[in-house]
Design a protein around this ligand. Structure first.
Ligand code: ZN
Length: 310
């Protein structure tokens, strides 16, 4: 068995996890897998999805080598994969949490399949840390009770910003199957609340000192400092950080699954705070999201008014 650890990112979509995963993938001994929850679907879809390196998944040397590591990766049980995908829906999270209490494993076949994928990635990449930015609390709960060492990072973003981002689709011209389609604001808000409750109440108490929180707003305000914090909590080798200065970073392509289509952008990137929701989010959705999420806004220092936190 390979000696590896998983750095698992939990949080809402469109919260910067794809870029953070890519940056982490620049550090020594770190393999950025992207949203590995979607690997099972992406690697068997037609037309073929694209890897973060730009290659079709069925032509990418890295993922074809991973698939060959175990027969369960090339031909997984449809029933087990179906159960794994049910973990994406927040209705399953409380049940998974209950079934994985007191060191138990909620669904051994699912956890075994996840471990098989991690193991194969560690073997092929020869890396000791795997970044999984699946973000689903349910997927994270499937790791409870296993022997896999996990550092969990709860990545948070202002719900009004998340709602506004999901109102717009993002088409991936190179890989249409990886496009991000628009989601109704009410559904996004409910999922944000469910994500936050699950991360704070179901997952954090079980992780103790291997759980860390950060916000998208902190990341874009101070990218280099935020990554230094992450490398410390995840015990990464930070001897060769990819930053050119406090806000500019060199991101060479990594073999990551799904995520934001922007991941195939420029190698040298400047990260600057930019929020369009204070002006673009319609009033009815600003009011609805602010009211529904109000118990949490103070916790993350998000203002109740239209504006970004100071
Ligand atoms: Zn690739």
């Amino acid at each position: 068995m390979s000696d590896y650890r998983v750095l698992f990112i939990v949080g809402p979509g469109r919260s910067g996890s794809t870029l953070i995963g890519e940056i982490l993938g620049q550090y020594p001994h770190v393999a950025n897998g992207g949203e590995l929850l979607l690997w099972w679907m992406a690697s068997h879809s037609t037309p073929a999805r694209r890897c973060g390196c730009g290659q079709r998944l069925d032509e990418c040397d890295f993922w074809t080598a991973v698939s060959r590591q175990h027969s369960d990766l090339a031909s997984p049980s449809p029933e087990v994969v179906a159960e794994l995908y049910r973990a994406r829906h927040f209705r399953s999270w409380l049940s998974l949490w209950w079934r994985s209490r007191r060191g138990r494993i909620a669904a051994p076949a699912v956890s075994h399949l996840m471990a098989t994928l991690y193991e194969a990635i560690a073997t092929v990449s020869q890396c000791s840390v795997i970044v999984d930015s699946s973000k689903s609390p349910g997927y994270r709960l499937h790791l409870s009770g296993t022997s896999i060492p996990v550092t969990t990072v709860h990545l948070q973003r202002d719900p009004r910003s998340v709602v506004n981002s999901w109102r717009q689709e993002k088409i991936d011209p190179l890989s249409p199957g990886d496009s991000l389609f628009a989601i109704h604001p009410l559904r996004t808000t409910i999922e944000w609340i469910a994500q936050t409750l699950a991360a704070r109440w179901l997952i954090a108490p079980r992780c103790r000192d291997s759980f860390s929180s950060l916000t998208y707003e902190d990341f874009v305000a101070a990218p280099r400092d935020t990554l230094r914090h992450l490398t410390t909590v995840a015990h990464l080798d930070s001897s060769a950080e990819p930053f050119l200065d406090d806000t500019r970073v060199t991101v060479t392509p990594t073999h990551n699954i799904a995520g934001n289509p922007d991941r195939r952008g420029d190698v040298d990137r400047g990260i600057v705070p930019h929020e369009s929701w204070p002006t673009n989010l319609p009033t009815r959705w600003f009011v609805a999201t602010t009211l529904l999420c109000s118990p949490f806004l103070h916790r993350y220092r998000y203002p109740f008014s239209r504006g970004t936190r100071s």
